[in-house]
Design a protein around this ligand. Structure first.
Ligand code: C5P
Length: 214
């Protein structure tokens, strides 16, 4: 068995930063799976297609070029996140992105993946699973600070409403809803800064490594 670390949780919980730091610490490749859904959403928006058009979204997912996604500034916007969450509800899109994610997880060296369904669907046998969360208010505050620091003009109340709408859609959809896997460890970062959250995450991974002899 290799060290697969599954990091799931809602937007702005800290999961992306934690996953990237775990990958660096353990020398593992890292896939931010949200980027795949963001890229599909942005492709549809740019082609002038409806986000509700499952056939077009599935085709966009099948023909996705994953090279360069992590450097693409178009994928970091709130609009891209919203579009991602809409196309992510289409079963055809999720099926089209499944093999790619499972192949990434199956690398002999191990891997870190973060998203919403890594511990439940993509890598259900992952030896280390974290479900990272925080209250909607704290997550909205974090995201609002990030965006306003980058010059975006958005009100806090609007940010909070966006986060709550996205949580409800991601947790309420029929296809691979966002849910904590039974064997995932809950990490609530509400009262933690990123250093404390990362330390807690590393301890969870160390416990899993010891348990599985990895
Ligand atoms: O994590 P991020 O904000 O980049 O994710 C954008 C959207 O992509 C999420 O709101 C969710 O709807 C979708 N997503 C998903 N499954 C994943 C990763 C992201 O459904 N594994």
């Amino acid at each position: 068995m290799s060290l697969i670390i599954a990091v799931d949780g809602p937007a702005a919980s800290g999961k992306g930063t934690i996953a990237a730091r775990l990958a660096r610490t353990y020398g593992l490749p890292h896939l931010d799976t949200g980027l795949l859904y963001r890229a599909v959403g942005v492709k549809l928006l740019e082609a002038g297609r409806s986000l509700d058009d499952e056939a077009a979204a599935t085709e966009a997912a099948r023909s996705l070029d994953v090279a360069g996604l992590s450097d693409d500034p178009r994928l970091t916007t709130g609009e891209a996140g919203e579009a991602a969450s809409r196309v992510a509800g289409h079963p055809g899109v999720r099926a089209a992105l499944l093999d790619l994610q499972q192949a990434f997880a199956a690398q002999a060296v191990g891997a870190v993946l973060d998203g919403r369904d890594i511990g439940t669907v993509i890598a259900p046998d992952a030896p280390a699973k974290l479900f990272v969360t925080a209250t909607p208010e704290v997550r909205a505050t974090r995201r609002w600070r990030q965006l306003t620091a980058r010059g975006f003009d958005i009100g806090f109340e609007e940010m909070l409403a966006d986060i709550q709408r996205r949580d409800a859609r991601d947790a309420g959809r029929g296809a691979a809803p966002m849910v904590q896997a039974e064997d995932a460890v809950l990490l609530d970062t509400t009262d933690m800064d990123i250093e404390a959250a990362f330390d807690a995450a590393r301890r969870i991974v160390e416990t899993a490594r010891a348990k599985h002899g990895l």
